[in-house]
Write a protein that binds this ligand. Structure first.
Ligand SMILES: [Fe+2]
Ligand SMILES: [Fe+2]
Length: 137
């Protein structure tokens, strides 16, 4: 049985929404801690924080589905996400340039890597749309 929308419009809606957001914030927090740990040479802690962050990501997705935060019939939604992903590179590259000019080449190089990853997300989504949902716009 699907849990989709089980909380929507019920006594569980508010707690599910707050939990989804709280868990999503937890992903950000744990990955920030992982990054800080790595910068401080604590590689084993980086792995632990990432593991906790990955679990929080699962929790966030779970509560979002309980509250039908995204459409169950998701292909048109995915088609829109694909467009956003494909355009993200165009925002990150100029940002990287500005950050480099402002004196932080380490951050600039990483933001450039993110730009490539966003473009990759766009390609992956375009490929699955082509394969599974050629009708989605
Ligand atoms: Fe959690
Ligand atoms: Fe992305």
């Amino acid at each position: 049985m699907s849990i989709y929308g089980f909380a929507k419009g019920t006594e569980f809606e508010k707690v599910a929404a707050a939990s989804a957001q709280g868990e999503a914030n937890g992903v950000m927090m744990y990955y920030a801690l992982a990054r800080l740990a790595k910068e401080q040479g604590l590689d084993e802690l980086e792995i632990v924080f990432k593991e906790l962050g990955d679990q929080e990501a699962v929790h966030a997705g779970f509560f979002a589905v309980m509250n039908s935060q995204y459409p169950q019939d998701f292909w048109d939604f995915v088609a829109n996400v694909q467009k956003l992903e494909a355009s993200a590179k165009g925002k990150y590259l100029p940002l990287a340039e500005k950050v480099r000019a402002a004196g932080c080449p380490e951050a600039a190089a990483e933001i450039e890597r993110f730009a490539e990853e966003e473009a990759h997300h766009g390609v992956v989504l375009a490929n699955i749309l082509k394969k599974y949902a050629p009708q989605a716009q």
